[in-house]
Design a protein around this ligand. Structure first.
Ligand SMILES: NC(=O)c1ccc[n+]([C@@H]2O[C@H](COP(=O)([O-])OP(=O)(O)OC[C@H]3O[C@@H](n4cnc5c(N)ncnc54)[C@H](O)[C@@H]3O)[C@@H](O)[C@H]2O)c1
Length: 366
Protein backbone atom coordinates (compact mmCIF):
# COMPACT_ATOMS: atom_id res chain seq x y z
CA UNK A 1 0.00 0.00 0.00
CA UNK A 2 2.82 2.42 0.88
CA UNK A 3 3.96 2.64 -2.75
CA UNK A 4 0.59 3.66 -4.16
CA UNK A 5 0.32 7.20 -5.55
CA UNK A 6 4.08 7.21 -6.06
CA UNK A 7 4.58 6.62 -2.32
CA UNK A 8 3.79 10.31 -1.76
CA UNK A 9 1.63 9.84 1.35
CA UNK A 10 4.27 8.11 3.48
CA UNK A 11 5.08 10.27 6.53
CA UNK A 12 2.97 13.17 5.28
CA UNK A 13 0.92 15.02 7.89
CA UNK A 14 -2.63 15.26 6.68
CA UNK A 15 -5.61 17.13 8.07
CA UNK A 16 -8.76 15.20 7.25
CA UNK A 17 -11.98 16.99 8.13
CA UNK A 18 -15.05 14.77 8.44
CA UNK A 19 -12.99 11.73 9.46
CA UNK A 20 -15.81 10.29 11.56
CA UNK A 21 -18.19 10.24 8.59
CA UNK A 22 -18.76 7.54 6.00
CA UNK A 23 -16.27 8.68 3.36
CA UNK A 24 -13.84 10.17 5.86
CA UNK A 25 -13.51 6.89 7.77
CA UNK A 26 -12.59 5.00 4.58
CA UNK A 27 -10.17 7.74 3.57
CA UNK A 28 -8.42 7.79 6.97
CA UNK A 29 -8.11 4.01 6.82
CA UNK A 30 -6.51 4.11 3.37
CA UNK A 31 -4.18 7.01 4.26
CA UNK A 32 -3.04 5.14 7.37
CA UNK A 33 -2.23 2.06 5.30
CA UNK A 34 -0.03 4.28 3.11
CA UNK A 35 1.96 5.51 6.09
CA UNK A 36 0.42 8.98 6.43
CA UNK A 37 0.06 10.75 9.78
CA UNK A 38 -3.61 11.64 9.86
CA UNK A 39 -5.15 14.35 12.00
CA UNK A 40 -8.90 13.90 12.06
CA UNK A 41 -11.20 16.85 12.68
CA UNK A 42 -14.95 16.37 13.16
CA UNK A 43 -17.65 17.77 15.40
CA UNK A 44 -19.39 14.52 16.25
CA UNK A 45 -19.47 10.79 15.73
CA UNK A 46 -22.57 11.09 13.60
CA UNK A 47 -24.05 7.60 13.67
CA UNK A 48 -24.37 4.52 15.84
CA UNK A 49 -22.89 2.13 14.76
CA UNK A 50 -20.05 4.15 13.26
CA UNK A 51 -17.35 3.00 10.84
CA UNK A 52 -14.68 5.33 12.30
CA UNK A 53 -15.30 3.86 15.77
CA UNK A 54 -15.41 0.27 14.54
CA UNK A 55 -12.15 0.62 12.61
CA UNK A 56 -10.23 2.39 15.38
CA UNK A 57 -7.48 3.32 12.89
CA UNK A 58 -4.42 4.98 14.39
CA UNK A 59 -4.45 8.77 14.19
CA UNK A 60 -1.73 11.29 14.92
CA UNK A 61 -4.57 13.19 16.60
CA UNK A 62 -8.33 13.27 16.57
CA UNK A 63 -9.61 16.74 17.30
CA UNK A 64 -13.25 17.18 18.13
CA UNK A 65 -14.27 20.57 16.80
CA UNK A 66 -16.50 22.60 14.55
CA UNK A 67 -15.39 23.93 11.16
CA UNK A 68 -17.45 26.99 11.98
CA UNK A 69 -14.96 27.76 14.75
CA UNK A 70 -12.28 29.64 12.83
CA UNK A 71 -9.98 30.09 15.82
CA UNK A 72 -9.92 26.37 16.58
CA UNK A 73 -9.13 25.56 12.95
CA UNK A 74 -6.31 28.09 12.89
CA UNK A 75 -4.78 26.54 16.03
CA UNK A 76 -4.39 23.20 14.24
CA UNK A 77 -2.09 24.79 11.65
CA UNK A 78 -0.12 26.50 14.38
CA UNK A 79 0.28 23.27 16.36
CA UNK A 80 1.03 20.87 13.50
CA UNK A 81 3.08 21.16 10.31
CA UNK A 82 0.34 20.09 7.91
CA UNK A 83 1.29 19.10 4.34
CA UNK A 84 -2.18 18.88 2.82
CA UNK A 85 -5.85 19.11 3.78
CA UNK A 86 -8.69 16.88 2.62
CA UNK A 87 -11.88 18.73 3.46
CA UNK A 88 -14.81 16.33 3.71
CA UNK A 89 -16.69 17.71 6.73
CA UNK A 90 -20.18 18.80 5.81
CA UNK A 91 -23.84 18.57 6.63
CA UNK A 92 -24.24 15.89 3.98
CA UNK A 93 -27.95 15.03 3.90
CA UNK A 94 -30.50 16.45 1.45
CA UNK A 95 -33.70 15.85 3.45
CA UNK A 96 -32.11 17.07 6.69
CA UNK A 97 -31.12 20.23 4.83
CA UNK A 98 -34.81 21.13 4.31
CA UNK A 99 -35.31 21.04 8.08
CA UNK A 100 -31.97 22.66 8.95
CA UNK A 101 -31.18 24.99 6.07
CA UNK A 102 -29.25 27.59 8.02
CA UNK A 103 -26.98 24.97 9.63
CA UNK A 104 -26.42 23.42 6.19
CA UNK A 105 -25.42 26.72 4.57
CA UNK A 106 -23.32 27.72 7.58
CA UNK A 107 -21.34 24.47 7.68
CA UNK A 108 -21.04 23.78 3.99
CA UNK A 109 -20.41 27.29 2.72
CA UNK A 110 -18.83 29.30 5.56
CA UNK A 111 -17.22 26.13 6.94
CA UNK A 112 -15.43 25.66 3.61
CA UNK A 113 -14.34 29.32 3.59
CA UNK A 114 -13.06 28.90 7.16
CA UNK A 115 -10.97 25.85 6.23
CA UNK A 116 -9.38 27.62 3.24
CA UNK A 117 -8.84 30.87 5.14
CA UNK A 118 -7.37 29.10 8.19
CA UNK A 119 -4.57 27.39 6.28
CA UNK A 120 -3.87 29.71 3.41
CA UNK A 121 -1.00 31.53 5.09
CA UNK A 122 0.85 28.46 6.42
CA UNK A 123 3.74 27.69 4.05
CA UNK A 124 3.89 23.96 4.88
CA UNK A 125 0.38 23.48 3.47
CA UNK A 126 0.62 22.72 -0.24
CA UNK A 127 -3.12 22.83 -0.85
CA UNK A 128 -6.57 21.47 -0.17
CA UNK A 129 -8.83 18.93 -1.79
CA UNK A 130 -12.34 20.26 -1.20
CA UNK A 131 -15.02 17.60 -1.45
CA UNK A 132 -18.31 18.89 -2.81
CA UNK A 133 -20.86 16.87 -4.81
CA UNK A 134 -22.34 16.20 -8.23
CA UNK A 135 -25.29 18.14 -6.80
CA UNK A 136 -23.25 21.37 -7.11
CA UNK A 137 -24.40 21.64 -10.73
CA UNK A 138 -27.60 23.38 -11.76
CA UNK A 139 -29.62 20.34 -12.79
CA UNK A 140 -31.59 21.24 -15.93
CA UNK A 141 -32.94 17.67 -16.02
CA UNK A 142 -32.07 17.59 -19.71
CA UNK A 143 -30.54 14.11 -19.76
CA UNK A 144 -27.00 15.00 -20.70
CA UNK A 145 -23.89 14.39 -18.61
CA UNK A 146 -22.56 17.50 -16.86
CA UNK A 147 -18.95 18.51 -17.19
CA UNK A 148 -16.79 20.81 -15.08
CA UNK A 149 -17.65 23.91 -17.10
CA UNK A 150 -21.38 23.58 -16.39
CA UNK A 151 -23.12 26.15 -14.22
CA UNK A 152 -23.21 25.81 -10.44
CA UNK A 153 -26.68 25.68 -8.87
CA UNK A 154 -28.79 23.48 -6.63
CA UNK A 155 -32.51 23.39 -5.79
CA UNK A 156 -32.57 22.11 -2.20
CA UNK A 157 -30.42 23.73 0.52
CA UNK A 158 -27.84 20.90 0.51
CA UNK A 159 -27.29 21.04 -3.26
CA UNK A 160 -27.17 24.85 -3.28
CA UNK A 161 -24.68 24.80 -0.37
CA UNK A 162 -22.38 22.54 -2.41
CA UNK A 163 -22.71 24.84 -5.45
CA UNK A 164 -21.81 27.74 -3.13
CA UNK A 165 -18.83 25.81 -1.69
CA UNK A 166 -17.53 25.45 -5.25
CA UNK A 167 -18.01 29.19 -5.88
CA UNK A 168 -16.18 30.03 -2.65
CA UNK A 169 -13.33 27.70 -3.64
CA UNK A 170 -13.11 29.23 -7.09
CA UNK A 171 -13.13 32.74 -5.69
CA UNK A 172 -10.15 31.91 -3.45
CA UNK A 173 -8.43 30.27 -6.39
CA UNK A 174 -8.83 33.29 -8.63
CA UNK A 175 -8.31 35.98 -6.01
CA UNK A 176 -5.36 34.60 -4.07
CA UNK A 177 -3.90 31.57 -5.87
CA UNK A 178 -4.12 32.09 -9.64
CA UNK A 179 -2.48 29.36 -11.68
CA UNK A 180 -0.42 31.92 -13.59
CA UNK A 181 1.23 33.05 -10.33
CA UNK A 182 1.99 29.55 -9.04
CA UNK A 183 5.65 29.18 -8.08
CA UNK A 184 6.13 32.97 -8.23
CA UNK A 185 3.70 34.58 -5.77
CA UNK A 186 2.25 31.47 -4.12
CA UNK A 187 2.61 27.69 -3.77
CA UNK A 188 -0.96 26.78 -2.92
CA UNK A 189 -3.31 24.57 -4.93
CA UNK A 190 -7.08 24.31 -4.46
CA UNK A 191 -8.70 21.31 -6.10
CA UNK A 192 -12.30 20.25 -5.69
CA UNK A 193 -13.87 16.81 -6.22
CA UNK A 194 -17.46 16.36 -7.37
CA UNK A 195 -18.93 12.90 -6.91
CA UNK A 196 -22.29 11.53 -5.85
CA UNK A 197 -24.44 8.52 -5.02
CA UNK A 198 -21.68 6.83 -3.13
CA UNK A 199 -22.29 3.41 -1.61
CA UNK A 200 -20.12 1.08 0.45
CA UNK A 201 -20.00 -0.57 3.84
CA UNK A 202 -19.94 1.50 7.00
CA UNK A 203 -22.56 4.13 6.17
CA UNK A 204 -25.37 4.39 8.72
CA UNK A 205 -26.61 7.87 7.77
CA UNK A 206 -30.32 8.60 7.77
CA UNK A 207 -32.39 8.83 4.58
CA UNK A 208 -29.88 7.05 2.36
CA UNK A 209 -31.06 4.03 0.40
CA UNK A 210 -28.59 1.29 1.35
CA UNK A 211 -28.15 2.30 5.01
CA UNK A 212 -31.94 2.40 5.41
CA UNK A 213 -32.53 -1.05 3.91
CA UNK A 214 -29.69 -2.81 5.70
CA UNK A 215 -30.60 -1.32 9.10
CA UNK A 216 -34.15 -2.58 8.58
CA UNK A 217 -32.99 -5.97 7.27
CA UNK A 218 -31.13 -6.48 10.52
CA UNK A 219 -34.30 -5.65 12.47
CA UNK A 220 -36.32 -7.93 10.13
CA UNK A 221 -38.31 -4.90 8.94
CA UNK A 222 -39.36 -3.83 5.48
CA UNK A 223 -38.21 -0.42 4.16
CA UNK A 224 -40.58 2.07 2.55
CA UNK A 225 -39.07 3.17 -0.73
CA UNK A 226 -40.05 6.68 -1.78
CA UNK A 227 -38.95 6.70 -5.38
CA UNK A 228 -38.28 3.22 -6.82
CA UNK A 229 -37.94 4.46 -10.39
CA UNK A 230 -35.32 7.12 -9.57
CA UNK A 231 -32.15 6.41 -11.51
CA UNK A 232 -28.71 7.25 -10.18
CA UNK A 233 -25.05 6.72 -11.14
CA UNK A 234 -24.08 4.61 -8.09
CA UNK A 235 -20.41 4.08 -7.28
CA UNK A 236 -18.38 2.46 -4.53
CA UNK A 237 -16.90 4.80 -1.91
CA UNK A 238 -13.36 3.77 -2.87
CA UNK A 239 -13.85 5.29 -6.37
CA UNK A 240 -14.17 8.98 -5.40
CA UNK A 241 -11.58 8.43 -2.67
CA UNK A 242 -9.03 7.19 -5.21
CA UNK A 243 -9.90 10.35 -7.18
CA UNK A 244 -9.32 12.63 -4.16
CA UNK A 245 -6.03 10.83 -3.51
CA UNK A 246 -4.90 11.44 -7.11
CA UNK A 247 -5.70 15.13 -6.63
CA UNK A 248 -3.74 15.09 -3.36
CA UNK A 249 -0.79 13.38 -5.02
CA UNK A 250 -0.66 16.09 -7.68
CA UNK A 251 -0.95 18.86 -5.09
CA UNK A 252 1.94 17.38 -3.10
CA UNK A 253 3.93 17.17 -6.34
CA UNK A 254 3.16 20.86 -7.05
CA UNK A 255 1.29 19.95 -10.22
CA UNK A 256 -0.85 23.05 -10.57
CA UNK A 257 -2.96 21.51 -13.34
CA UNK A 258 -5.29 20.18 -10.62
CA UNK A 259 -6.16 23.68 -9.37
CA UNK A 260 -9.72 23.22 -10.63
CA UNK A 261 -12.94 21.21 -10.17
CA UNK A 262 -13.00 17.49 -11.05
CA UNK A 263 -15.84 15.06 -11.67
CA UNK A 264 -15.62 11.50 -10.36
CA UNK A 265 -18.42 9.20 -11.50
CA UNK A 266 -19.06 5.75 -12.97
CA UNK A 267 -17.60 4.82 -16.30
CA UNK A 268 -19.74 5.18 -19.44
CA UNK A 269 -22.35 7.00 -17.35
CA UNK A 270 -23.55 3.69 -15.96
CA UNK A 271 -26.82 4.16 -14.00
CA UNK A 272 -29.29 1.93 -12.14
CA UNK A 273 -32.78 2.55 -10.81
CA UNK A 274 -33.45 2.21 -7.09
CA UNK A 275 -35.49 -0.88 -7.94
CA UNK A 276 -32.58 -2.47 -9.80
CA UNK A 277 -30.23 -1.74 -6.88
CA UNK A 278 -32.67 -3.34 -4.46
CA UNK A 279 -33.23 -6.39 -6.66
CA UNK A 280 -29.48 -6.97 -6.87
CA UNK A 281 -29.13 -6.35 -3.13
CA UNK A 282 -31.79 -8.93 -2.27
CA UNK A 283 -30.05 -11.50 -4.47
CA UNK A 284 -27.04 -11.10 -2.15
CA UNK A 285 -28.85 -10.70 1.16
CA UNK A 286 -32.43 -12.03 1.07
CA UNK A 287 -33.13 -10.47 4.51
CA UNK A 288 -33.60 -7.14 2.69
CA UNK A 289 -37.29 -6.33 2.22
CA UNK A 290 -39.00 -3.25 0.82
CA UNK A 291 -42.36 -1.87 -0.19
CA UNK A 292 -43.37 1.10 -2.29
CA UNK A 293 -46.45 2.78 -0.79
CA UNK A 294 -48.01 5.80 -2.56
CA UNK A 295 -46.28 8.99 -1.38
CA UNK A 296 -47.85 12.30 -0.38
CA UNK A 297 -46.14 15.66 0.13
CA UNK A 298 -42.90 14.50 -1.41
CA UNK A 299 -39.99 16.91 -1.06
CA UNK A 300 -38.39 17.91 -4.33
CA UNK A 301 -35.70 15.39 -5.26
CA UNK A 302 -33.56 16.09 -8.27
CA UNK A 303 -34.02 13.84 -11.28
CA UNK A 304 -31.06 11.97 -12.73
CA UNK A 305 -27.82 13.91 -12.98
CA UNK A 306 -24.96 12.17 -14.71
CA UNK A 307 -21.36 13.33 -14.65
CA UNK A 308 -19.11 13.62 -17.67
CA UNK A 309 -15.75 12.47 -16.28
CA UNK A 310 -13.72 12.83 -19.49
CA UNK A 311 -11.47 15.47 -17.93
CA UNK A 312 -10.57 13.26 -14.94
CA UNK A 313 -10.12 10.25 -17.25
CA UNK A 314 -7.77 12.08 -19.61
CA UNK A 315 -5.82 14.45 -17.39
CA UNK A 316 -5.70 12.57 -14.08
CA UNK A 317 -5.79 9.10 -15.65
CA UNK A 318 -8.51 8.40 -13.11
CA UNK A 319 -10.93 5.66 -14.16
CA UNK A 320 -13.27 3.67 -11.91
CA UNK A 321 -12.11 0.20 -10.93
CA UNK A 322 -15.45 -1.47 -10.18
CA UNK A 323 -18.67 -1.33 -12.18
CA UNK A 324 -22.02 -0.75 -10.49
CA UNK A 325 -22.79 -4.47 -10.10
CA UNK A 326 -19.55 -5.03 -8.18
CA UNK A 327 -20.08 -1.86 -6.13
CA UNK A 328 -23.53 -3.08 -5.00
CA UNK A 329 -22.22 -6.59 -4.34
CA UNK A 330 -19.29 -5.38 -2.21
CA UNK A 331 -21.55 -3.02 -0.30
CA UNK A 332 -24.27 -5.51 0.56
CA UNK A 333 -21.74 -8.21 1.43
CA UNK A 334 -20.02 -5.75 3.78
CA UNK A 335 -23.25 -5.19 5.76
CA UNK A 336 -24.33 -8.84 5.63
CA UNK A 337 -20.96 -9.85 7.03
CA UNK A 338 -21.03 -7.14 9.69
CA UNK A 339 -24.54 -7.96 10.89
CA UNK A 340 -24.09 -11.74 10.74
CA UNK A 341 -20.53 -12.08 12.08
CA UNK A 342 -19.44 -8.66 13.40
CA UNK A 343 -16.43 -8.76 11.08
CA UNK A 344 -15.62 -5.72 8.90
CA UNK A 345 -14.80 -6.24 5.21
CA UNK A 346 -13.10 -2.84 5.02
CA UNK A 347 -9.57 -4.19 4.74
CA UNK A 348 -10.68 -6.93 2.31
CA UNK A 349 -12.53 -4.47 0.09
CA UNK A 350 -9.61 -2.06 0.00
CA UNK A 351 -7.08 -4.80 -0.77
CA UNK A 352 -9.32 -6.19 -3.49
CA UNK A 353 -9.89 -2.72 -4.98
CA UNK A 354 -6.16 -2.00 -5.13
CA UNK A 355 -5.41 -5.46 -6.57
CA UNK A 356 -8.02 -4.93 -9.29
CA UNK A 357 -6.64 -1.45 -10.05
CA UNK A 358 -3.13 -2.90 -10.34
CA UNK A 359 -4.37 -5.53 -12.80
CA UNK A 360 -5.84 -2.68 -14.85
CA UNK A 361 -2.41 -1.02 -14.68
CA UNK A 362 -3.84 2.27 -13.35
CA UNK A 363 -1.17 4.91 -12.94
CA UNK A 364 -2.03 5.68 -9.28
CA UNK A 365 -1.08 2.11 -8.33
CA UNK A 366 2.58 2.84 -9.08
N1 LIG B 1 -22.05 10.01 0.76
C1 LIG B 1 -22.37 10.49 -0.43
O1 LIG B 1 -23.10 9.84 -1.21
C2 LIG B 1 -21.85 11.83 -0.88
C3 LIG B 1 -22.13 12.22 -2.20
C4 LIG B 1 -21.63 13.44 -2.65
C5 LIG B 1 -20.86 14.22 -1.83
N2 LIG B 1 -20.62 13.83 -0.54
C6 LIG B 1 -19.79 14.72 0.28
O2 LIG B 1 -18.69 13.99 0.78
C7 LIG B 1 -18.35 14.46 2.08
C8 LIG B 1 -18.40 13.31 3.07
O3 LIG B 1 -19.69 12.72 3.00
P1 LIG B 1 -20.14 11.56 3.99
O4 LIG B 1 -21.15 10.77 3.28
O5 LIG B 1 -18.93 10.91 4.53
O6 LIG B 1 -20.87 12.42 5.13
P2 LIG B 1 -21.16 12.03 6.65
O7 LIG B 1 -22.41 12.74 7.01
O8 LIG B 1 -21.09 10.57 6.84
O9 LIG B 1 -19.96 12.69 7.44
C9 LIG B 1 -19.87 14.07 7.63
C10 LIG B 1 -18.65 14.37 8.47
O10 LIG B 1 -18.56 15.77 8.63
C11 LIG B 1 -18.47 16.07 10.02
N3 LIG B 1 -19.09 17.38 10.26
C12 LIG B 1 -20.35 17.76 9.97
N4 LIG B 1 -20.55 19.03 10.35
C13 LIG B 1 -19.36 19.45 10.90
C14 LIG B 1 -18.93 20.66 11.50
N5 LIG B 1 -19.73 21.72 11.60
N6 LIG B 1 -17.66 20.74 11.96
C15 LIG B 1 -16.83 19.67 11.88
N7 LIG B 1 -17.20 18.49 11.33
C16 LIG B 1 -18.44 18.40 10.85
C17 LIG B 1 -19.20 14.93 10.72
O11 LIG B 1 -18.83 14.84 12.08
C18 LIG B 1 -18.72 13.77 9.88
O12 LIG B 1 -17.42 13.41 10.27
C19 LIG B 1 -19.33 15.58 2.39
O13 LIG B 1 -18.75 16.80 2.04
C20 LIG B 1 -20.51 15.26 1.50
O14 LIG B 1 -21.27 16.40 1.22
C21 LIG B 1 -21.09 12.65 -0.05
Amino acid sequence: MVNLFGGIYKNKTILLTGNTGFKGSWMAYWLNKMGANVIGFSNTIPTEPNHFKLLSSPYLAFIKGDINDFKQLKNIFTNYKIDIVFHLAAQSLVRYSYRNSLETFQTNVMGTANVIEACKSYPSVKGIVIVTSDKCYENFEDDRPYNETDRMGGYDPYSASKGCAELVTNSYRRSFFPITEFGKKHHFILASGRAGNVIGGGDWSEDRLIPDVVKNAFKKLSTEIRNPKATRPWQHVLEPISGYLVLGQKILNSDVVVSDGWNFGPQNNETRSVLEVLTKSISIWPAIKFDTPAQENILHEAKLLRLDCTKSNLILNWIPVWNTEIAIEKTILWYKNYYETGVLNTEGDLTNYVTNAKKLNYSWTK
